[in-house]
Design a protein around this ligand. Sequence first.
Ligand SMILES: Nc1ncnc2c1ncn2[C@@H]1O[C@H](COP(=O)(O)OP(=O)(O)OP(=O)(O)O)[C@@H](O)[C@H]1O
Ligand SMILES: [Mg+2]
Length: 266
Amino acid sequence: MGEPLTQTPATPAAMAEQEKETPLISLRGITKIYYTTKTPVPALNGIDLDIQPGEFVSVMGPSGSGKSTLLHILGALDVPTRGEYLLEGVRVTGLPDRELSRIRNRHFGFVFQSYNLFPELTALENVEVPMIYAGVRATERRRRAERLLERFGLSHRMTHRPAELSGGEQQRVAIARALANGPTLLLADEPTGNLPTAHGEEIMSILQELNDEGMTLVVVTHDWRIASYGKRLVELKDGQVVGDRPIAPEERRLRPGIGDQLDRRP
Ligand SMILES: Nc1ncnc2c1ncn2[C@@H]1O[C@H](COP(=O)(O)OP(=O)(O)OP(=O)(O)O)[C@@H](O)[C@H]1O
Ligand SMILES: [Mg+2]
């Protein structure tokens, strides 16, 4: 018998490669062209991106560079024109709408700049909405929504409608809602864009805490102070990834109070 035609290389590097965790998300050659206008608009132009479980990725780039488009594709709110999207190693590209919305509801939580709460619903009811779609029973829905709102300091605002809440409070309701079904990945598009700095930092502290607990996050922002809460910076320009690097701990913005805690170490 002759030599086998293909051999699996048994070098340590190759073995380490095989043992690597399956990325939570894997994008290959993702291109998005909008045909909504007379002239087609290319928004993403061949994006390759892997995101591992537990990462906190900040996405920056000039206006129009494709940040929101990328986030929509990551969250299966939109489909790419070309390219492949794998979620936990499973192909998302090409799935029928019904399947996409199931994946969206089960895996993704969204936080937007403009909160996107239902104006006629109370804070509690807003947080319950995604659980209705997921078929969670009424008593369990109410219990989970209350717990989430309590966690974000909104116990006294549960029956308020969005118009009766501050921007920061509305965004905390939106985060509670995004977490309602226990998502795999939280996606935030300019989550602090409409907020004064202090409230913005409050929101970022919440996101950082969620990441400390293991939640995977992708946050789009124009603002380096916001981006530097992340652990990895992906930069877009003209629909392409032009930078992808870790954010060093010394670059990372320390939350107010953290320094004091460190000083008080025994
Ligand atoms: N629905 C749409 N139809 C047509 N073109 C669109 C649509 N949405 C976005 N675009 C175009 O696609 C490109 C990327 O838009 P995108 O919203 O992803 O940029 P962005 O980086 O999020 O910008 P910003 O920082 O201003 O929010 C832009 O040129 C934009 O005009
Ligand atoms: Mg945008």
